[in-house]
Design a protein around this ligand. Sequence first.
Ligand code: FES
Length: 106
Amino acid sequence: MIGLAKVLIGKASDTPEGKLTHISAGGKEIVIANVGGSYYAMGNICNHAGAELHEGEISGKELTCPWHGAKWDITTGNLLWFPQKLNTQQTFKVNQENDSLYVEIT
Ligand code: FES
């Protein structure tokens, strides 16, 4: 995909802290969370072995993979904990307009 696409995720009011939302758009799988009233989006497929991260758990900014427990920072895509080094997950910018959340797909 060339350029930037703005894709509707859903309503901010349906995205409380502690809940993981996911969408598929522009060939990307994306997981979205509310961290302290701000919204963050990251690639939904764990680069360790391919788990869907929206089936994991989020506490604050820390998303735990449902398969082998890697801990990801959804605000940066950085790995917080795992026994081996993993690549950083891609992150995406989330914009809020009134009660609508949009993700920018690059
Ligand atoms: S697939 Fe995520 S930690 Fe293994």
